[in-house]
Design a protein around this ligand. Structure first.
Ligand code: MN
Length: 347
């Protein structure tokens, strides 16, 4: 829940600021960048200077949100410059859709040292309290819903483009309004955004009918790797570096691919292991493990056990080790939780 006081403090921080540096979690998703797009317009409309900064590249199907590509830390802004005063004159830092250092590679180091005011907008349960003011609403289906509430509280003007950006945030974080987080509030907010100018049919095409051939090839390779475990209740898939090479795809192309195997009726938990490159910012190789649940199994608790986080139905964690090792670790953890849940439901 975001209190009235929280909103007032956030509005005050924004109104007092002249130059806002804005970022979101690494591997930015539709909620993160839709929310950023909306806030960039809001702040520009208030006459603020605003610098959005990504911590890893944007997936191509979100590029339509921005007329000019957003700069990416290290790709476009060298770390050297970043750590040596490139954004020295900013007077407010806005962090969207995360409140965790681990989701802010390289930015975290700067954040720990800076004395600038920080405003966090997030809907995740786990967090490191990064903000001086935090708008945290764990009931919100998307960070975009909190941004929408903030805009309404402040009475800042709504435009077609802000409505479209927020619709992207709400629709993507709910799997186009079909995940368990798709509640009445989400549908109500979506309806308001349509009234304010968002066009769902056009947005759907841009987001979901916009695969590159390489991404489709990557999906085919991933589906070929699928194994079913625990009587078909768990689907496990992987994507290796060689799959990216053969498909001509990049890391961004993996977004949402994990959802495909949830079409199988028996599947309760989907697991996707994506092999990390040697060039990962943290320097180690291993696997990014993404987990999805249809609701019975709490995949956040599994990810958390190994240092990751997320939601009950969608979480992720980076793991070291070879594929067989990480697969066994995760499958054992899922089996353990399923055993506990099954014994509770029987008794
Ligand atoms: Mn989100």
């Amino acid at each position: 829940m975001v209190t009235e006081t929280d909103f007032q403090q956030a509005i005050q921080l924004i109104e007092q600021a002249n130059y806002v540096l804005m970022t979101c979690h690494t591997r930015p998703d539709g909620d993160a960048v839709g929310s950023m797009r909306a806030m960039v317009d809001v702040l520009a409309g208030l006459g603020k200077t605003v610098q959005p900064l990504l911590l890893s590249p944007l997936a191509p199907w979100y590029e339509f949100l921005f007329e000019t590509p957003l700069p990416v830390l290290t790709d476009d802004i060298p770390l050297e410059q970043f750590h040596n005063g490139r954004f020295e004159t900013c007077d407010l830092v806005m962090i969207i859709d995360t409140n965790s250092y681990v989701q802010l590679p390289e930015f975290d180091r700067w954040l720990r040292e800076t004395h600038k005011k920080v405003l966090v907008v997030d809907h995740h349960i786990t967090g490191d309290n990064l903000g001086d003011v935090e708008l945290i609403d764990t009931e919100a289906a998307a960070a975009g819903e909190i941004i929408f509430d903030l805009i309404k509280h402040a009475g800042w003007p709504m435009t077609n483009r802000i409505a479209e950006a927020l619709f992207v945030a709400l629709s993507t974080d709910s799997g186009w309004f079909k995940f368990a987080n798709a509640d009445a509030r989400l549908y109500r907010n979506a309806a308001e955004l349509v009234e304010a100018g968002a066009n769902p049919a056009i947005i759907y095409q841009k987001l979901y009918q916009n695969f590159s051939p390489a991404r489709m090839q990557l999906m085919v390779r991933m589906l070929q790797s699928m194994e079913l475990h625990h009587n078909g209740r768990v689907a496990v898939q992987h994507i290796l570096r060689s799959d990216f090479d053969r498909a001509g795809a990049t890391g961004r192309d993996t977004e949402n691919l994990i959802d495909e195997c949830q079409r199988i009726g028996s599947v309760e938990v989907a697991v996707l292991f994506v092999e990390l490159g040697e060039d990962q910012s943290r320097g180690h190789s291993g696997f990014r493990c993404s987990l999805r649940s249809k609701g019975h199994v709490d995949v956040r608790s599994i990810a958390q056990r190994y240092g990751g986080g997320g939601h009950k139905m969608a979480s992720g964690v980076n793991m070291e080790g070879d594929l067989d090792q990480v697969k066994k670790t995760i499958l054992d953890a899922i089996a353990e939780q399923m055993r506990d849940l099954d014994s509770v439901s029987k008794s």
